[in-house]
Write a protein that binds this ligand. Structure first.
Ligand code: UT7
Length: 330
């Protein structure tokens, strides 16, 4: 048994916050942010929007595309580190919202690597015969974690959610995945929990980041993990059709492209419009490419996530859906 992706979906918050808007509240500028990160806008939750509402909407869009009944789902995995509920898990709230009453639900907390880790976990359950139809979601509202007065970090982040439906199949479809964690560098990207008996100072619960350390880490580990997963798949970088990297920032992506020596058009980017919304970036990028008709059956995709932990992971997928033609939706 292997799992194949049969539907993708996403949901981005309605409110768009531009660099210009940020520069009205803090000492920064559109030029600085664009030059250092490639980011122009981020989407930020407002009104009734939450991590779980975005996650449920993204899952619902993926389920509609897959044409399945939510009651047939037996697993919901939600990668998030910014859930609006502490108990129960955010995935339980999603279950209720999408009516997947037979699914077992749990969250995966692996920050920006979360979606890749969750997809590998879903595949492992399917291969072990423990699940047949899963929805795997990456959703985050990092706007709740950042200190909006810390210009060195807040400008990088946003909110959003993406999802895929994975179905067990007897077909022999290659899937490979690798996951790594090095907690000796955990301090480079850190936010203390607000859910403790002895409350930490509010200040400590904001996301704090050593930008240079994260930059160095990404430039070393991302090419490494891509080579590692490709070695398992028995092919080289030249055999890959598309690399879907966590959209942390444009400069990291450009540097990885150079290190891998691949043409930039094989490494799609949407960080300019959405910034970094952690576990959600890879599935949203996947969904956008899919709905724009950029994916076709047989293409070889490599996904790579990296971030707090420090954690990083990669997966190799052979795409099994037919190319979508017609208008974009969801
Ligand atoms: O999922 C992982 C997420 N994390 C990342 O992707 C972070 C990776 N790191 C980076 O992309 C970069 O380190 C940053 C974009 C965060 C920062 O770029 P940098 O080239 O490392 O800048 P820096 O921290 O060395 O700061 C340079 C200057 C400083 O001023 P002085 O000391 O030279 O006068 C900062 O105070 O830029 C200043 N600065 C800003 N200026 C305008 C820092 N943030 C801002 C800002 N606007 N938002």
């Amino acid at each position: 048994m292997t799992g194949k992706i049969i539907g993708t979906g996403s949901c981005m918050p309605v409110r768009v916050v531009s660099n210009q808007e940020l520069s009205e509240h803090m000492d920064t500028s559109d030029a600085w942010i664009r030059e250092r990160t490639g980011i122009r806008n981020r989407h930020i939750i407002s009104g009734e929007e939450t991590t779980t509402s975005l996650a449920a909407e993204a899952a619902g869009n993926a389920i509609s595309m897959a044409g399945i009944d939510p009651e047939d789902l037996d697993l919901i995995l939600l990668a998030t580190s910014s859930s609006n509920t502490h108990v129960p898990a955010a995935s339980c709230c999603v279950q209720q919202l999408i009516g997947a009453k037979h699914a077992a639900c749990f969250d995966i907390s692996a920050a920006c690597s979360g979606f890749v880790f969750a997809l590998i976990t879903a595949q492992a359950y399917i291969r072990a015969g423990m699940a047949k139809l899963a929805v795997v979601i990456g959703a985050d509202a990092i706007s709740n974690l950042v200190d909006w007065e810390d210009r060195s970090s807040c400008i990088l982040f946003g909110d959003g959610a993406g999802a895929v439906v994975v179905q067990a199949t007897e077909e022999d479809i290659p899937f490979y995945g690798v996951m790594h964690t090095d907690s000796t560098k955990a301090g480079a990207l850190l936010a203390k929990s607000r859910h403790q008996r002895i409350q930490p100072a509010m200040e400590e619960t904001y996301l704090r980041m050593d930008g240079k350390e994260i930059f160095k880490f990404a430039l070393t580990r991302v090419p490494q993990v891509i080579h590692e997963v490709l070695e398992q798949a028995g092919c080289g970088v030249e055999d890959v059709d598309l690399f879907l990297l966590h959209q942390a920032n444009g400069r990291i992506i450009e540097s990885v492209v150079k290190k891998l020596k691949v043409p930039p058009w094989k490494v799609p980017v949407n960080v300019d419009e959405y910034a970094n919304f952690s576990a959600g970036t890879i599935p949203v990028l996947l969904d956008q490419l899919n709905r724009r008709g950029k994916l076709k059956r047989g293409q070889r995709l490599v996904l790579a996530g990296f971030g707090a932990g420090l954690a990083w992971g990669g997966s190799y997928i052979e795409w099994q859906m037919d190319r979508i033609t017609g208008s974009e939706e969801g």
